[in-house]
Design a protein around this ligand. Structure first.
Ligand code: NAP
Length: 452
């Protein structure tokens, strides 16, 4: 696995794949670890999870720098990501026992109850865009539930993959509880088919999700899929426009524009559309693009050159289909994989920037006649991950939220994940939930116990 620093275009490290013997050994270690780990008390698991929280906080600088080097996010956002991982460890250390407490159900039995027992080793196929957070939001609940984890991370972040294994090892988790497998995607199905593996979760693009879900279907294994999105960001005529604009810029450029829940389609009601387009363009042009290690930088590079080429192709096709390019639309003339902040106006269904996920700093603005038109357009997408609605009339926004086909709707705010709240999507954005009580109940055996 070859790591190229996206800010310079230079190779920073090469890491050999794990061979078949290593992978077989890891599967055996996972199976052995599960036989002990599944019987540990919640307090013991929680003590180790709190130790993981401590390791993360102690090594924040090192892990944040590693993320910047491997995938180019800005340093403050990488530091915030390590903090958020510590938070999810803390959250599940504190709440897992209550989330999974057996529930009594009154029936004709003298006693009947529902237990939430662990499943076994769970394979996690993860993306590079939040290289720590995506893994911890799977691992913290899965381990607290008594499962053990096997990580197949994206091929461009092997340093992060090994660092996460180190966190759990140094926090005192027993051998085999959490292991990284450095393997390409072509070897995922063989691991998934192994009887030791009981379930699989994938966070990534929808083609990867379809492929892994098909393989899991053949092996009859449970899946959770957290896939892409083309989140609508609805601005109604009665919105606080300044708040909407400030949030719109952050929502689009978050993580250098490479977030599943970044706002991608800005659906603006006609009376405020001219002002929104002009102000939004001005604010996007004012962003400081540059070295992600420089704390003054707003927008860093894209993670890989092929992603930049794909993004530019989407912009070119959208303009060719009739959209107006208000700013950007080009690669920056400097080393690394930098793309200019881009705003496209007059975007409609059928155009690439509307129908496909744009993974970079490219905003598509669509005009709508009224709120009904806005919701119809918001739902006219293959995806259904997050959505935002900006309006001063909260009751009206709440009523509209009910009609939005998405896993979460944020009113007058930035769509974000939170350890306390369920996170996930529908349609091509996948299925299942992470985080909160719903997330920890994905990889458990919901077991009925009945006593005469
Ligand atoms: P990706 O190319 O789909 O890769 C994701 C992971 O899947 C990587 O580990 C990749 O391994 C593996 N993979 C790809 N194709 C596979 C296949 N056919 N079989 C088995 N494994 C396969 O996605 P990405 O570029 O890393 O991440 C960006 C995508 O993730 C975006 O679509 C984004 O929206 C989505 N995402 C979703 C969420 C969410 O919570 N819904 C969160 C973050 C990101 P290799 O690297 O070795 O190819």
């Amino acid at each position: 696995m070859r790591v190229i620093n996206p800010a310079t275009g230079r190779v920073v490290r090469e890491v050999p794949d794990h061979d078949e013997t290593y992978v077989r050994g890891a599967l055996q270690r996972a199976a052995r670890a599960f036989e002990d780990w599944r019987w540990t008390a919640f307090e013991d698991r929680a003590a180790r999870m709190r130790a993981a929280e401590g390791v993360l906080r102690d090594r924040k600088d090192r892990y944040a720098t590693l993320m910047v080097e491997e995938m180019g996010k800005t340093l403050p956002s990488a530091e915030a990501e390590v903090e958020k991982c510590a938070w999810v460890c803390e959250h599940y250390a504190e709440h897992a026992a209550a989330y999974l407490a057996p529930e009594a159900v009154p029936t004709d039995a003298s006693r009947s109850l529902v237990r939430f027992d662990p499943l076994g080793p769970v394979l996690a196929v993860m993306p590079w865009n939040f290289p720590f957070w995506q893994v911890f939001r799977f691992a913290a609940p899965a381990l607290m539930a008594g499962n053990v984890g096997l990580l197949k991370h994206a091929s461009n972040v092997p340093g992060c993959a090994l660092a996460i294994e180190e966190v759990f090892r140094d926090a005192g988790f027993p051998e085999g509880c959490f292991q990284t497998l450095l393997i390409p995607s072509s070897r995922v199905e063989a691991v998934l088919r192994d009887p030791v593996v009981r379930a699989v979760t994938l966070t990534g693009s929808d083609p990867a999700g379809r492929s892994v879900a098909a393989a899991a279907g053949r092996a009859l294994k449970k899946t959770v899929l957290e896939l892409g999105g083309s989140d609508p960001f609805v601005v109604l005529a009665d919105a606080d426009l300044d708040l909407a604009l400030t949030t719109a810029v952050t929502a689009r450029i978050l993580n250098n524009g490479q977030s599943c829940i970044a706002a991608k389609r800005f659906i603006v009601e006609e009376p405020v559309a001219d002002r929104f387009e002009a102000d939004f363009t001005r604010r996007m042009e004012a962003l400081r693009v540059g070295d992600p290690m420089d704390r003054a930088t707003d927008l860093g590079p894209l993670a890989r050159e092929d992603l930049l080429v794909e993004l530019h192709d989407q912009v070119t096709r959208t303009v060719a289909a009739g959209a107006r390019l208000l700013t950007g639309g080009r690669r920056l003339d400097r080393p690394g994989f930098f793309y200019a902040p881009t705003v496209l106006a007059g975007v409609e269904p059928g155009m690439a920037a509307h129908d496909e996920e744009t993974f970079g700093p490219v905003a598509a603005v669509c005009r709508v006649r009224d709120a009904d038109h806005a919701i119809a357009l918001a739902n006219r997408s293959a995806f259904g991950l997050g959505a935002a609605i900006f309006s001063r009339d909260t009751e009206r926004a709440l009523a509209l939220a009910e009609r939005v086909e998405a896993g979460s709707v944020f009113i007058n705010g930035l769509v974000k994940s939170d350890p306390r709240l369920p996170f996930g999507g529908l349609k091509a954005s996948g299925y299942g939930r992470e985080l909160g009580v719903f997330g920890i109940r994905e990889f458990v055996n919901v077991k009925t116990v009945w006593v005469r």
